[in-house]
Design a binder for this molecule. Structure first.
Ligand SMILES: Nc1ncnc2c1ncn2[C@@H]1O[C@H](COP(=O)(O)OP(=O)(O)OP(=O)(O)O)[C@@H](O)[C@H]1O
Ligand SMILES: [Mg+2]
Length: 273
């Protein structure tokens, strides 16, 4: 059994509901992300929100990131708690916006400047991340000259360079080849293991990739009435503590039978969400 304890609250969504043009998208979403203390380790947390396409993951992501005001309820971060607002947390959106008039290197430098004033140090960090993401020969290109997966890696690299305590990613694994899915996953795990307070929040329909690196998972879905009809408005339907299940913090967890059983269980739930 892993030794750990939950400590202070880092992010909290309370009764978050979202209505767009009369459609209930989110309904009473309540989640609390707490600092996980693991004796002998300095590490942050990786949490995932999973659910099928159209369930409201991106909308919840936008609310958690302070990019979208919920119709009711609130999101707070840090301790003591303050309301989240755009710019307080690092975000990689599903359509990964980059500055089109700047090169890949230029995009990364804008991001790196937020946390690092020393140009030589920034160059080292940027070269290192370009290398890890197999983009070393793309530094002088503009976003329009990149493939979708390359753009996504630049967007992720950009946030890795400038985020401090929170990094939110919407579908970070989509559009990447299998090796890059692994690389992005490894990189996120590594970052989570480098800083006690860092919290990585992944919103995705990719069960395997997200569960491989998460310590907590939330499954989004909707309730049904007595006749089995869907009641509009997604909420958190299931919470999984992967630490207690013995499925967190292990390299190559995705090859273990108990992990594959868990993935099958979650996949089986998707049709009822
Ligand atoms: N501007 C809008 N106006 C009305 N409905 C919207 C708007 N934006 C999103 N929706 C609806 O909100 C729901 C949730 O959308 P969202 O983008 O959050 O889904 P998702 O879970 O991220 O899906 P995917 O996995 O495909 O990215 C969808 O049913 C969508 O049609
Ligand atoms: Mg989405």
């Amino acid at each position: 059994m892993e030794q750990y304890a939950f400590a202070s609250t880092l992010l909290k969504a309370e009764n978050v509901s979202l209505n767009i043009g009369g459609n209930q998208i989110l309904k009473d979403v309540n989640v609390e992300i707490k600092d996980i203390i693991r004796p002998g380790y300095k590490m942050g947390q990786v949490v995932g929100f999973l659910g099928p396409s159209g369930i409201g993951k991106t909308k919840l992501f936008e609310v958690l990131a302070g990019l979208l005001e919920p119709t009711s309820g609130k999101v707070t971060i840090n301790n003591p708690a303050i309301p989240v607002k755009a710019g307080l947390v690092g975000v990689v959106q599903q359509n990964y916006p980059l500055f089109n008039h700047r090169t890949v290197y230029g995009n990364l430098d804008v991001a790196a400047k937020k946390t690092c004033k020393d140009a030589a140090e920034r160059k080292k960090k940027i070269d290192d991340i370009l290398n890890r993401f197999k983009l070393s020969d793309k530094g002088t290109l503009y976003p329009a000259q990149l493939s979708g997966g390359q753009k996504q890696r630049v967007a992720i690299a950009q946030q890795l360079l400038c985020s401090e305590n929170f990094l939110l990613l919407d579908e970070p694994f989509s559009g990447l080849d299998p090796l890059m899915v692994e690389e992005v996953g490894n990189m996120l795990s590594e970052i989570a293991h480098s800083n006690e307070l860092i919290t990585i929040i992944i919103v995705s329909h990719d069960i395997v990739s997200t569960a491989s690196i998460a310590d907590t998972l939330w499954l989004m879905g909707r309730d049904r009435d007595a006749k089995g009809n869907i009641i509009p408005g997604s909420k958190i339907k299931h919470t999984y503590n992967l630490i207690d299940k013995g499925l967190a913090w292990q390299k190559d967890i995705d090859t273990k039978p108990e992990f594959l059983d868990f993935v099958r269980e979650v996949k089986g739930m998707f049709s009822s969400l």
